[in-house]
Design a protein around this ligand. Structure first.
Ligand code: P6P
Length: 340
């Protein structure tokens, strides 16, 4: 008797849209409203991927001639990516608020409707594009209560702790374009098939290896790391440890994608230049931490679980230690013993 496919997954060609819809019955979130948001993000991802892959030809390389809220030179592709996400999200009825690394303030798309808040870094690592290094889009999705008194401060709908995320993910524009997302029921990966123009299921329920002999950090900042971090890195390089292999791309999405698949640890500790860490809580650390935990890993700021941090502002920064459980526990021990 021929096997009948129970779901589209069994047929071996499952798009990310089908994957979300196939969970329709399993998860209250995968309603049409939520699916519409994720579909908007995948559409923007396809647009951004096309632009990134032709960057050298399309005259989209280089600086846009303006600086963002952080005083960083905006790359032309940063602005194009931001525009693609706004264009693919804001007309969707279920979108209430969007917030972006490239926007000083959140954009209130609908005052009293649109239950989802989408926060994103449209093109993280964009300064690497000119040298053809992988970059990525990172997104974080919260729900909000649309019933609120007049004069409600919508910023409260944005500044939610990471454990309230209803979904998070990234799209990495590397040797292939891969989308990775979670809605709290595991981590799933899809590869963009350019010949079809769809993200096709590559791996369901991705699990981060419990151990991994990789450490990923910008050692140029070594001298200003907390003593416990320096002692941990010295251990990683010791014969007792192996030593571990150092891998650092300098693009968070690419460095985390490898850590998710191979295990080990990515760390951006406090430095002299960035005493509160360089990475942003709302659209870098939170989504990465949600994915890491869903895959069996952990993410802290050196003291607290990232997902427990109550944000004070949209663009606030945090130290980030994310990776295999054994590695996070080990670096925490070093910091407790030698100082965080
Ligand atoms: P550094 C890219 O600019 C970014 O925001 C992250 O993608 C990356 O992990 C980090 O900064 C790299 O920072 O100081 O090592 O160049």
């Amino acid at each position: 008797m021929a096997q009948t496919a129970n779901t589209s997954h069994d047929m071996g060609f499952c798009t990310v849209e089908q994957h979300i819809l196939s969970k329709q019955g399993e998860h209250p979130l995968s309603t049409g409203a939520f699916t519409s948001v994720l579909v908007g993000i995948t559409l923007a991802g396809r647009i951004i991927s096309a632009k990134v892959r032709r960057a050298g030809i399309l005259e989209v390389l280089g600086e846009a001639g303006d600086v963002n809220v952080h005083g960083e030179q905006q790359q032309k592709l940063d602005l194009l990516a931001n525009k693609a996400l706004e264009g693919c999200l804001c007309y969707r009825e279920s979108v209430g608020i969007i917030a972006s690394e490239e926007l000083d303030e959140p954009r209130i798309v609908r005052e009293t409707s649109g239950k989802y808040v989408i926060i994103f870094d449209p093109l993280d690592g964009s300064s690497n594009i000119d040298v053809n290094v992988s970059v990525g889009t990172i997104f974080s999705i919260f729900e909000r209560d649309c019933e609120h008194p007049k004069g409600h401060d919508h910023l409260n709908d944005v500044l939610q702790p990471g454990h309230k995320q209803v979904a998070a993910g990234y799209i990495v524009y590397g040797s292939s374009t891969v989308m990775c997302y979670t809605t709290g029921e595991g981590v799933h990966m899809f590869t963009l098939d350019p010949s079809v123009g769809s993200f096709v299921l590559a791996q369901e329920n991705v699990r981060m290896p419990l151990k991994g002999k990789y450490f990923s950090v910008n050692e140029g900042n070594y001298n200003s790391f907390p003593k416990g971090v320096r002692e941990y890195l010295n251990w990683c390089k010791s014969e007792e440890a192996g030593p571990y292999s150092a891998r650092y791309i300098g693009s968070l999405v690419a460095d985390f994608h490898r850590t998710l698949l191979r295990g080990g640890i990515f760390l951006y500790p406090p430095t002299a230049k960035s005493p509160k860490g360089k990475l942003r809580l709302m659209y870098e650390a939170n989504p990465i931490a949600f994915l890491a935990e869903q895959a069996g890993g952990r993410a802290t700021d050196g003291k607290r679980n990232i997902l427990e941090i109550v944000p004070g502002s949209l663009h606030e920064r945090t130290p980030l230690f994310v990776g295999s459980e054994t590695e996070i526990e080990r670096v925490e021990r070093f910091m407790q013993e030698h100082g965080a």
